[in-house]
Write a protein that binds this ligand. Structure first.
Ligand SMILES: NC(=O)c1ccc[n+]([C@@H]2O[C@H](COP(=O)([O-])OP(=O)(O)OC[C@H]3O[C@@H](n4cnc5c(N)ncnc54)[C@H](OP(=O)(O)O)[C@@H]3O)[C@@H](O)[C@H]2O)c1
Length: 237
């Protein structure tokens, strides 16, 4: 049975990734910051069956690396897939209101964390040589719309990182893909309250990516409800 390492597992998007992994009969290795976050994930999923929790600070440059070290030591389950969606504030503050502290904390939470997740797991996946390995990064349309300047700038950096990772893995055993999301997704309970798309519905997209070997070094675009049912993607080069 395969395992998906999910970084940002307790967020709106991470919960969808966990659901997709479990529905596709895979186990999950969920990186969480503490027991409270682990409990939150179990509440959203409805059970802890198939989920192993690894506590780590994903904002630190040794957080995910420490998890991979434990996998290598046999203390945590081996994984074949990675999904990453750590995120910072979804704030509307204008560029001139962004303090240096806000800039640093958001770049750390939304960009550095996802960069560390990639940098410190890709070597392991390449070494394992599993021909069906995947690495998926969630990005958002704010990076182009910039209606929310702070999250927009972090997405801009993630776009470039995605393209570099897609390039580096064009011919490796790891199918790297960027999952570009153009509308709001929230955990089911919040989604109902706010009239946005539920994580449990959005989960279908990651299930499709996992099951589509032809989708590689691509941007998978999810612009509307139809794109949840049928993958819309283009290769980056
Ligand atoms: N939701 C959307 O509609 C949407 C749309 C487009 C793109 N995206 C992309 O997906 C990313 C995540 O979005 P989301 O809605 O899932 O965000 P979210 O619900 O706020 O979840 C963020 C995740 O990052 C973790 N995290 C945040 N700050 C942390 C910290 N200081 N230390 C440890 N963990 C921390 C959270 O852990 P805790 O649960 O422990 O706080 C959670 O797992 C966005 O940044 C963006 O790149 C999302």
């Amino acid at each position: 049975m395969e395992t998906v390492l999910v970084v940002g597992a307790t967020g709106n998007i991470g919960v969808a990734a966990v659901m997709a992994a479990l529905r596709s009969k895979r186990n999950v290795l969920a990186v969480v910051r503490n027991q409270t976050s682990a409990d939150k994930l179990v509440k959203h999923i409805g059970s802890s069956k198939g989920i192993t929790f690894a506590e780590a600070n994903v904002l630190s440059d040794s957080g995910v690396k420490g998890v991979v070290d434990q996998v290598r030591a046999g203390k945590l389950p081996a994984f074949q897939h990675v999904f990453s969606s750590v995120g910072g504030q979804y704030t509307t503050i204008s560029l001139q209101e962004i303090t240096t502290e806000t800039l640093h904390s958001n770049m750390k939470a939304s960009f550095e964390s996802n960069f560390f997740a990639y940098r410190d797991t890709i070597g392991y996946l390449l070494e394992q040589k599993n021909p069906s390995s995947t690495w998926t990064l969630c990005t958002g349309a704010q990076g182009e719309l910039a209606l929310r300047p702070m999250p927009a700038m972090t997405q801009g950096a993630l776009f470039s990182m995605s393209t570099a990772a897609a390039r580096e893995n064009e011919k490796t055993n790891v199918r790297f893909n960027e999952l570009y999301l153009g509308f709001r997704v929230e955990v089911d309970q919040d989604a109902v309250q706010h009239g946005v798309t539920k994580s449990s519905e959005f989960a279908n997209v990651y299930e499709l990516i996992l099951g589509s070997p032809e989708v590689r070094s691509a941007r998978v675009r999810v612009d509307g409800p139809d794109d949840i049912r049928t993958l819309k993607y283009h290769r980056k080069f």
